[in-house]
Design a protein around this ligand. Structure first.
Ligand SMILES: *Cc1c(COP(=O)(O)O)cnc(C)c1O
Length: 394
């Protein structure tokens, strides 16, 4: 957001909340011994694992890096297949391509906009007959609402598919009364701490898992594939300085500076989520009389509401999504669209995907509009969004 937008009272669709305590934590780390991957990383990882009810956590430089490492940890490679939702950010699919795997998609449930377990079952059965089952499935908890993980996990067991939850939107969400990130229904779960997400480290991500061998592999892959643990080495150590590179990894480390921000933000996470839920309920109540589709919530899911997405259907609303988008932007309201179906991106079209492949995701995309929703959005600002939207639609 630039300053001219701010002075006109521009309301973005999402933004971070950074408190004076956050600033103090970061400054304290800046003047400490460690700047990158020191003791604060470990504290942040432990706190996050505890919050989620998972055994292990590995902080990374971004959720994109976390997705890549998670795919590497389960051995995804050339000749393998990865499936994800078309209604996501491109990173959920790109991680498969980094590993040389083929990427395919499973269409969404038109009610929740999440990967549809019914579609998944049919597609797995077909793929099983043809001997082209995926190695990895990445369900994405769109807008913060968990996918139906119980059904998905059962199918994954039946067809021997690894599950990596992309919970970039769902830090602080719950499913069946468990914290998303508990990995009760998956091999690993990844979070994003990008500033528009629920909590932030500037850039940053994390992988949660209950699997000890995945955990050790992730730690190694995060730092070039290097180990300093003698029991992991081939042959004898040369001395206290010695390390070995056992495989090809990356530099995907988070800094201690970022972890200090994350650790401090984590203290407010429940408050962030509670406020988002209040604002979402306020939208529900204020908008239910308008000719639009409001977000529907599965009874098993308690969303952290990263996004509040409405659907504008021309037949019902008398105006198309594009017209409504432009009218709101002209009024200084930072609406957005999540997501352009990934399979329609030119990069994925060049790999053989096409418009028409996933009709639910495509229809949804034509109608979707994300309204502003973030911790510091005031009721007055929200009322302005509501009244402008109402006047555009009536
Ligand atoms: C933001 C986002 C990512 C990528 O997160 P980064 O931390 O920016 O790499 C991946 N998947 C989804 C669904 C996201 O929304």
């Amino acid at each position: 957001m630039d300053s001219s937008e701010k002075s006109l009272g521009f309301i973005p669709y999402g933004r971070q909340h950074v408190s004076p305590e956050d600033v103090a934590s970061v400054v304290e780390t800046l003047t400490s011994e460690w700047l990158t991957q020191g003791p604060v990383i470990e504290r942040f990882e432990r706190a996050m694992a505890e919050y989620c009810g998972a055994k292990y956590a590995v902080a990374t430089s971004s959720a994109t890096a976390a997705l890549h490492l998670a795919c590497m940890a389960v051995g995804l490679g050339a000749g393998d297949r990865l499936w994800t939702s078309p209604n996501t950010f491109v990173a959920s699919a790109n991680c498969g391509r980094y590993c040389g795997a083929e990427v395919d998609f499973v269409d969404i449930d038109p009610r929740t906009y999440n990967l549809d377990p019914v579609e998944l079952e049919a597609k797995l059965e077909q793929a099983s007959h043809r001997g082209i089952l995926p190695k990895v499935l990445i369900p994405v908890h769109f807008a913060g609402q968990s996918c139906r993980m119980e059904e998905i996990a059962e199918l994954a067991r039946k067809y021997d598919v690894r599950i990596i939850e992309d919970a970039s939107h769902a830090v602080g969400s719950r499913y069946r009364s468990l914290q998303v990130g508990s990995c009760a229904y998956s091999d690993m779960t990844i979070f994003s701490f990008h500033p528009v997400k629920i909590m932030t480290t500037g850039e940053g991500g994390m992988i949660l898992t209950n699997n000890e061998s995945h955990y050790h592999r992730l730690l190694r892959l995060r730092t070039h594939g290097i180990t300093r643990a003698e029991h992991e080495m081939q042959g004898q150590t040369h001395g206290p300085w010695y390390y070995q590179q056992l495989e090809l990894g990356h530099n995907y480390r988070m800094t201690d500076i970022q972890a200090a921000l994350g650790l401090s933000q984590l203290r407010l996470l429940d408050e962030f989520v509670a406020r988002r839920r209040v604002l979402a309920r306020r939208y529900d109540e204020a908008l239910c009389g308008l000719p639009i589709v409001l977000p529907q919530q599965d009874s098993l899911s308690e969303s952290a509401f990263h996004l509040y997405v409405i659907r504008v259907q021309k037949e019902r609303a008398g105006k198309g999504r594009k017209q409504v988008f432009e009218a709101l932007r002209a009024a200084g309201i930072g609406v957005n669209v999540h997501y352009i179906p990934v399979h329609t991106q030119p990069y994925y079209q060049a790999l053989g995907h096409a418009w028409g492949d996933f009709p639910q995701a495509e229809t949804y995309y034509q109608e979707a509009l994300t309204l502003p929703l973030y911790y510091d959005l005031s009721f007055e600002e929200q009322d302005r969004v509501i009244s402008v939207l109402a006047s555009v639609l009536t």
